[in-house]
Design a protein around this ligand. Structure first.
Ligand code: THU
Length: 144
């Protein structure tokens, strides 16, 4: 069930994501990203990107927010939608790795909203971001 994203909630999520982006650990890319995950109870959870000298270990803002929510005891059934903020005057879409993780925890019709430093925004449903996503078959369906 999609939770309605009112203009006031949108503004709060964007503000939280911008603050999170200001805390990003980005010595390599210098590209800060912030995320705000809205839970169905209205709680907002921030995330930022955290890079590593071994570049492949870097964690995107979207995944940081999702993992933080899980660490706080929330579950997939509690997740409503996810906003991302990337600085500048254009919109970016989530990376492939994040799409797979988003698909793991959000309903197919949940919304992902991209924002930037202008009033522009773009919204996708999770199923649009990762169509025909891999679904793990129950063990008894796997041929031995
Ligand atoms: N990044 C995110 O945090 N989210 C995305 O969806 C795309 C990329 C981060 C990873 C890296 O720290 C920086 O942006 C440049 O790719």
């Amino acid at each position: 069930m999609a939770v309605e994203l009112t203009p006031a909630v949108f503004a709060s999520m964007k503000s939280l994501a911008q603050t999170a982006a200001s805390r990003a650990y980005i010595p390599y890319s210098r590209f800060p990203v912030g995320a705000a995950l809205q839970l169905k109870d209205g709680t907002l959870i921030p995330g930022c990107n955290v890079e590593n000298v071994s570049y492949g270990l870097s964690n995107c803002a979207e995944r940081t927010a999702i993992y933080a929510a899980l660490a706080q005891g929330y579950q997939a059934k509690d997740f409503a939608n996810l906003l991302i903020y990337m600085p500048g005057g254009r919109l970016y879409s989530p990376c492939g790795a994040c799409r797979q993780v988003i698909a793991e925890f959000f309903a197919a019709e949940a919304e992902v909203i991209a924002t930037c430093d202008t009033e522009q925004q773009q919204r996708w449903q999770v199923a649009e971001l990762l169509p025909a996503s891999f679904q793990f078959a129950p063990a008894q369906e796997i041929p031995s």
